[in-house]
Design a binder for this molecule. Structure first.
Ligand code: ZN
Ligand code: ZN
Length: 151
């Protein structure tokens, strides 16, 4: 899957461009993502960090400590509050784009779903997708270019 698109926040102050071959696209149903989105889940796509370039704006960020001890930093527009992407201290060369911030979110083919043990019951997942009750295992997805995964 190749992904070439522009993205940005709801008000348009923050804009970015992405041109890449993503590692993995998935939805996360954990409580933190439900709170972050004020919705049922977060849909995201992991890409090499150097394949995303900020074009306009200066996103603010919020850091939270995950149960794993990793720091999760979420970037958002300081004008409208829309989230754009996140970074994980355990994966310094990966940026996790929030799919809804892309101009053409249908370009991303979601293949997996994580933390489905917290999933709201009315969210029905395609049976052919990979499903993880808790954290996802992306070992096979990083295998194509492990140097990008490790710092
Ligand atoms: Zn904005
Ligand atoms: Zn989550």
């Amino acid at each position: 899957m190749n992904l070439t698109d522009l993205g940005g926040c709801q008000c348009g102050a923050c804009r970015y461009a992405v041109n890449t071959t993503p590692f993995i696209a998935y939805t996360c149903h954990c409580r933190a993502c439900q709170k972050l989105t004020a919705s049922a889940c977060l849909a995201c796509v992991q890409v090499p960090i150097e394949d995303v370039s900020l074009r306009e704006g200066k996103p603010s960020s919020h850091v939270r400590m995950a149960d794993s001890g990793n720091q999760l930093q979420t970037f958002f527009c300081q004008s409208c509050g829309s989230t754009l992407y996140a970074e994980n201290s355990a994966r310094p060369r990966v940026r996790t784009l929030h799919i809804g911030s892309l101009d053409h979110p249908h370009k991303v083919e979601v293949q997996a779903h994580i933390w489905t043990s917290r999933k709201l019951h009315w969210v029905v997942l395609p049976s052919e997708h990979r499903v993880y009750p808790e954290a996802g295992d992306w070992t096979q997805d990083y295998a194509s270019d492990p140097t990008r995964y490790h710092s």
